[in-house]
Design a protein around this ligand. Structure first.
Ligand code: MG
Length: 383
């Protein structure tokens, strides 16, 4: 039996997992959460992350973050925080690597477009789709659908969820209804995600030329460290200066998160993961850091995510998703057989099921596949 005995008593313990949807024998040579992570790494959806993006479209450059490299960065940050807090590193790694599996192509633009398309058919939420990928859509095992992950991994993957959807999810949805917390591992991964994307978006924004360093000097936490770097290494410039600045920012955020969370854990004194679920959030930034991160986010929103060149690409991305969806829903004969639905007695139910499968098909596409599929459907020269 695998032991987690260096972990804090309030950490998620593999031996006390709430289990899997389909029960399986306990693994002999790894923990339950290592098994989750291993299943995620071998999944099809995980490989697709390589060609899906967040801010830039995949073909815009080879050095920008993809959802795959983003997920690996989240795992790195989450693991280092988990180790400091004596939380379960295997679980945070599994959650990190799976947290974006349900994302559509083309980042938020794709997600917004697909949600709008699905308005009359139950909507589209990327967190819920990540859960659907690991619960239903992956086809790898003979005895069950999906990856049959542990409750704790699924709980971490489902970061947010509307109340309506929560009611359909049984035990997993309960915390949204009862307003309880997930494990500390889930709370932590959520903030590791934020640390990762805020910082790598600065890096990618500068690399792309859409952001300039002089603009960033208006952001206090960037300016402070940039000056420190200049002072320590006089004459430093270019990529090295940016990199030295960003790594200091990441380090500060991680250190602040560890210290603040340690204090909150000491104050609330949970004895077990059940206590954690019933108490307020314990993984948090200090108020000051939270404020600084907010300023940075606002800066990125105004200057990068809403940059007119990003807007142009997002607009094309939305059109691509919308046109794929609209055409396939109107002409079910164009949908690949795996994603077709046989007709139900009730035509409305048939239409809802059809829309859901088309959403699954589109959400699973990589950026380049979506672009190609759009061409195949709309341009007669393409086959
Ligand atoms: Mg993410």
């Amino acid at each position: 039996m695998f032991s987690d005995n260096q972990l804090a008593p309030y950490a998620a313990q593999s031996a006390q997992t709430k289990g899997r949807r389909f029960s399986e024998p306990t693994p002999s040579s790894r923990s339950e959460f290592q098994r989750d992570r291993d299943r995620i790494i071998h999944s099809t959806a995980f490989r697709r992350l390589e060609y899906k993006t967040q801010v830039f479209v995949n073909h815009e450059g080879d050095l920008f973050r993809t959802r795959l490299t983003h997920s690996i960065e989240v795992a790195q940050i989450a693991r280092s925080i988990a180790r400091n807090l004596r939380l379960n590193e295997d679980l945070v790694e599994a959650i990190s690597l799976a947290h974006d599996l349900g994302h559509t192509p083309f980042g938020h633009a794709g997600q917004d477009a697909l949600n709008a398309c699905m308005k009359d058919y139950g909507g589209f939420e990327h967190n819920l789709q990540s859960l659907r990928v690991v619960d239903v859509l992956e086809e790898r095992y003979a005895s069950f659908e999906g990856l049959n992950l542990s409750f704790e991994a699924r709980e971490g993957i489902l970061k947010h969820c509307s109340l309506n959807n929560a009611r359909t999810l049984g035990e997993l949805g309960l915390r949204f209804i009862e307003k309880k917390q997930p494990s500390l591992e889930a709370q932590l991964t959520n903030l590791a995600d934020e640390i990762a994307y805020n910082n790598h978006d600065i890096d990618d924004g500068l690399r792309s030329g859409l952001l300039s360093e002089s603009q960033l000097m208006e952001v206090d936490c960037y300016a402070r460290f940039r000056r420190e770097v200049d002072h320590t290494y006089p004459g430093i410039a270019g990529r090295r200066a940016i990199s030295e600045t960003i790594r200091r920012m990441i380090n500060l955020l991680i250190t602040d998160l560890i210290q603040t969370s340690e204090q909150r854990i000491a104050d609330y004194a949970p004895k077990s993961i059940d206590d954690v679920r019933a108490l307020p959030t314990m993984i948090a930034f200090s108020d000051h850091m939270h404020q600084e991160a907010k300023v940075l986010k606002q800066f990125l929103y105004e200057n990068l995510y809403r940059h007119y060149l990003v807007n142009r690409m997002s607009n094309k991305a939305k059109n691509t998703v919308r046109e794929l969806f609209t055409l396939m829903l109107a002409e079910p004969g164009l949908v690949p057989p795996d994603y077709r639905v046989s007709a139900h007695d009730d035509p409305q139910q048939t239409q809802i099921a059809r829309a859901r499968r088309i959403a699954d098909y589109i959400a699973g596409m990589t950026d380049r596949f979506a672009i190609r599929e759009h061409r195949r459907l709309y341009q007669i020269e393409e086959v």
